[in-house]
Design a protein around this ligand. Structure first.
Ligand SMILES: NC(=O)C1=CN([C@@H]2O[C@H](COP(=O)(O)OP(=O)(O)OC[C@H]3O[C@@H](n4cnc5c(N)ncnc54)[C@H](OP(=O)(O)O)[C@@H]3O)[C@@H](O)[C@H]2O)C=CC1
Ligand SMILES: Nc1c(N[C@@H]2O[C@H](COP(=O)(O)O)[C@@H](O)[C@H]2O)[nH]c(=O)[nH]c1=O
Ligand SMILES: [Zn+2]
Length: 382
């Protein structure tokens, strides 16, 4: 294996590792939203034996969660994987959840004769959790862990949260005017952001397993909550409405279209049975949870239920009320605030409630992005 860099430059192994890990993470990002209940992992096989590294193969977890990324990449590399370096965004699995789906990625990596392994983040799943490390050591495969750990943790936030907390990760997205207003209780719908920002939000929708709103948003806006980017229409995630008393109108678009895109409504145990029947007649699934101390559907219970159904990442596009209730229950893992500079309409609902303002002090602002006239700000749980 070459230890010298090109043209007499000192060899920068960490820099090279980051470069290929960035590619592995980008591959994983592509299939986000398609692989639940499994994580969307990315993997790259690189031949480092010559003067310059050569990408032999790449892979990502396939829709439905299988085959795993390493299996895709190793199958594509074939014999060329022998002695090569494997980059993978998540610690490879050491056992499988089903006997019918072939060996674990750890077994595949050892059998393929991989010479070196580079991993971004650990997988806390009982199918991984360090079990493969000893086998790699015994097989003489050196491993570097923690390469681009922040980016890897972001990619796998949903999976890691579901495995460690039993619930999906929650991203709350709120748009606001420069005056801090998010909507209008009485007037027509407030349009806050421009076309490019809206397209970006649709990509974020496509990368989530589910989009969630409160019934307030359904009543005010009758939203479709689907992905409307050309070519990505099939990537609309499950739609979830939190609606304690089943006030969602059977004529609303999330209900009438429930056979095309699944709509799940989370209600409290006391919501009327007749209302449930009117909604399920359209193909909506109604889930019941306890009422909290305010009489509303319990959000911690709702999220545990979604975790049990395999949802790893929820994108909340509800209004300020639901966003604030999520913050109060400490259920906000990521906050995306979009400040719109091309506001059309008059607003009267403040975007940030007191609990969300308070929670923001405990989140880290990690990125800002100007998209057309609008500003995206990203906060995350440290
Ligand atoms: N700028 C933006 O990003 C957005 C703005 N909007 C705007 O916001 C306004 C609607 O606001 P809002 O009413 O806040 O909409 P929400 O989507 O936040 O819905 C709120 C409703 O969710 C229901 N809910 C169920 N369980 C809970 C719970 N545990 N905690 C809190 N709420 C719960 C409540 O109704 P119940 O008690 O009956 O269950 C509550 O009234 C509209 O003007 C709309 O246009 C909407 C979305 C995004
Ligand atoms: N998607 C993915 C992994 N997913 C991990 O493997 C576990 C078992 O998956 P399964 O047997 O398919 O149910 C799953 O719970 C998760 O921890 N692992 C990987 O090595 N690479 C991958 O691409
Ligand atoms: Zn695997």
């Amino acid at each position: 294996m070459s230890t010298s860099g090109t043209a007499g430059q000192p060899f920068d192994r960490a820099g090279r590792d980051e470069r290929f890990m960035r590619l592995a993470i980008a591959l994983g990002e592509r299939n986000l939203g398609l692989t639940w209940p499994n994580p969307s992992v990315g993997s790259v096989v690189v031949d480092e034996s010559g003067d310059a590294p050569v990408i032999m193969a790449q892979g990502a977890t396939q829709p439905g969660g299988r085959p795993h990324a390493e299996r895709v990449a190793l199958a594509a590399a074939g014999e060329r994987a022998r002695g090569a370096t494997l980059y993978v965004s998540l610690e490879p699995c050491a056992t499988r959840s089903s006997r019918d789906d072939g060996p674990s990625c750890t077994d595949l990596i050892v059998a393929a004769g991989i010479g070196r392994l580079v991993v971004s983040v650990a997988d806390p799943s009982p199918h991984a959790a360090g079990q493969g490390l000893e086998r790699f050591e015994r097989s003489g495969i050196p491993m570097t862990a923690g390469c681009l750990a922040d980016e890897g943790a972001r990619l796998h936030r949903g999976h890691i949260t579901r495995v460690s907390k039993g619930r999906p990760a929650v991203t709350v997205k709120l748009a606001r005017s420069t005056e801090g207003l998010a909507g209008s209780r009485h007037g027509p719908r407030l349009m806050l952001t421009g076309e490019i920002a809206n397209a970006k939000v649709h990509v974020m929708r496509a990368h989530a397993d589910a989009i969630m709103v409160g019934v307030g948003t359904v009543l005010a806006d009758d939203p479709l909550l689907n992905v409307r980017l050309p070519g990505l229409e099939s990537r609309s995630p499950v739609r979830i409405v939190v609606d304690s008393n089943l006030r969602t109108p059977p004529t609303s678009r999330v209900v009438t279209g429930a056979r095309e895109i699944p709509t799940w409504i989370v209600a409290s145990v006391t919501a009327p049975v007749d209302a449930e029947k009117a909604l399920t007649a359209h193909g909506v699934e109604v889930m019941r949870v306890s009422a909290d101390e305010t009489g509303r559907a319990s959000l911690p219970e709702a999220l545990q239920l979604l975790g049990a159904r395999g949802i790893t990442q929820v994108f909340c596009e509800g209004g300020p009320d639901l966003a604030d209730a999520l913050a109060k229950a400490d259920l906000v893992d990521e906050l995306v605030l979009v400040t719109g500079r091309s506001v059309r309409g008059q607003g009267d609902v403040p975007a940030l409630g007191l609990s969300l303002q308070d929670r923001m002090d405990h989140l880290d602002l990690w990125a800002e992005e100007q998209i057309g006239p609008d500003l995206f700000m990203f906060w995350e749980r440290p």
